[in-house]
Design a protein around this ligand. Structure first.
Ligand SMILES: [Zn+2]
Length: 278
């Protein structure tokens, strides 16, 4: 029988389990210097091999064969994304070891529709595997050490992403989670072609409830027009400082924010870090 838990408890259990695997790797290697590539965890867990292949839309799959597990990752994706996808599949292995079944208590609309319940459970499971992958690739204690060394700033994101061999977006999310000072990470995207010359908020993270991924702070405006200061980050290469209005509970607060553009052309995006306590 799988154990049914609320998502906060399930999240801390899966992170704890991932943390034990990190510890084993550190002991085996004799050092805690990043990166922590998913291949090393796969070897530690006795996974037969990682196959890089074209998986179409899928990022990765875990195949449980009679003579061992195989992870297939999408070879068309960027290496940092492959690394995360592979760590996510390792998260599935850890999750099945723990025999956790995320409960439905935090689902917005309660439903007796079995299909909706299955989808909600699957989503909750995917979130747990992402939490495991994050801990494996960017172990909290090690990441905090490097973060305090480089400082919580928009200029640290790329450096930390390179050190931990993760995407810029994954590093930004981890900064918001691991920062001692409250920090909100935001991703802004343009529409294909960018005819409207505007950016839209794709996600924002923490400080808030890690298990549900919902931040307590939400930006009041989720559209950035080309006349705004923030849009300059999309156009140029230099970081841009601005202010942004955030809602938390029933109150609003103007917070200082640092933004930078990453990627080229169609894949151009802007990441911001906002600081509620500055
Ligand atoms: Zn998955």
């Amino acid at each position: 029988m799988a154990v049914c838990l609320n998502s906060e408890r399930a999240t801390s259990l899966i992170i704890e389990r991932a943390g034990r695997l990190v510890d084993r790797l550190i002991v085996q290697r004799g050092h805690d210097k990043p990166p922590f590539p998913s291949e090393e965890y796969a070897r530690l867990l006795g996974i037969k091999r990682i196959e890089k292949t074209d998986l179409g839309e899928a990022s990765a799959v875990l195949l449980k064969l009679h003579d061992g597990d195989i992870i297939k990752v999408n070879a068309t994706h960027a290496p940092v994304r492959q690394n995360f996808s592979c760590a996510h599949e390792i998260g599935h292995i850890l999750l099945s070891e723990l025999r956790l079944e995320p409960s439905l208590e935090e689902i917005e609309f309660r439903t007796f529709n079995p299909q909706a319940q299955r989808i909600a459970r699957a989503r909750a499971r995917e979130r747990l595997c992402d939490a495991a992958a994050t801990e494996l690739l960017m172990p909290e204690m090690v990441f905090k050490k490097y973060l305090s060394g480089s400082g919580v700033s928009i200029n640290s994101i790329e450096r930390l992403a390179n050190i931990f061999r993760v995407s810029v977006q994954a590093a930004a999310i981890r900064i918001a989670e691991a920062s001692a000072e409250p920090c909100i990470a935001l991703l802004w995207l343009s529409r294909p072609g960018n005819k409207s010359k505007a950016l839209r908020l794709a996600w924002h993270v923490g400080p808030g409830n890690k298990s549900t991924g919902k931040a307590n702070y939400a930006p009041v405006h989720t559209l950035v027009r080309h006349t705004s200061t923030l849009y300059r980050a999309y156009q140029g290469e230099t970081p841009v400082k601005s202010w942004k209005l955030f809602r938390f509970g029933t109150a609003t607060k103007r917070c200082p924010m640092e933004s930078r553009g990453f990627g080229r052309e169609e894949r151009r995006y802007v990441i911001s870090l906002a600081f509620p306590d500055r």
